[in-house]
Design a protein. Structure first.
Length: 190
């Protein structure tokens, strides 16, 4: 089997966020679970500012092309999503809107981590983005991992503080990798 390219997407442009820390933790953790795979951590903090100009609806700036290519070339995508005002961060949705249609998500296995300061662990944010991804024909992993009360659940480096949450992370990442590898044959048939 060919090595799978997995993209981990930090779903906010807020600097030094818990989302970014969790994304880094997931990036490091998943590499240890799939030593033959290749991995990419995409941080929306680094988006080129010109992507936010009105002209992008006519022509995307050249500076965005590497971002779109990294996304389109991925064999699997893990999105790490906070919840702002009961929804996914606007920059995340905007980023998805800027990607080429339909190839950016077509038959790509995707999974979601949700994290929030509140009690529901970004449930609304994840469900909102799942709908968008399913509309774009992504293969959505049927399990999610929600992390409520994120400040007390994760360490400063983004890892889980307690053993129970650590086991959930392990099961979730192992399950998603198995799902994503099984989906690769579906992508090749298209």
């Amino acid at each position: 089997m060919v090595a799978m390219k997995t993209l981990i997407l930090s779903g906010t442009n807020r600097r030094d966020s818990m989302t970014r820390r969790l994304s880094q933790f997931v990036y490091e953790e998943i590499q240890s679970r799939d030593p033959k795979g290749s991995f990419d951590l995409m941080d929306l903090v680094e988006l080129p500012p010109e992507i936010f100009l009105p002209e992008v609806y006519v022509q995307k700036p050249k500076s965005f092309e590497p971002w779109a290519r990294r996304f389109v070339d991925a064999d699997a995508i893990i999105s790490i999503l906070p919840e702002y005002n009961g929804a996914a961060p606007g920059v995340f949705k905007y980023f998805i809107d800027m990607l080429p249609f339909p190839e950016a998500l077509y038959k790509i296995p995707c999974s979601f981590f949700g994290l929030s300061a509140g009690r529901f662990g970004a449930l609304r944010s994840v469900e909102q983005v799942q709908q968008v991804f399913m509309y774009r024909n992504a293969l959505v992993y049927p399990e999610n991992l929600f992390i409520p009360a994120v400040e007390s659940a994760l360490t400063e480096t983004g890892g889980p503080k307690d053993e129970f949450l650590q086991k959930l992370f392990q099961q979730y990442l192992d399950g998603f990798l198995e799902f994503a590898k099984a989906c690769q044959s579906l992508r090749k048939k298209s």
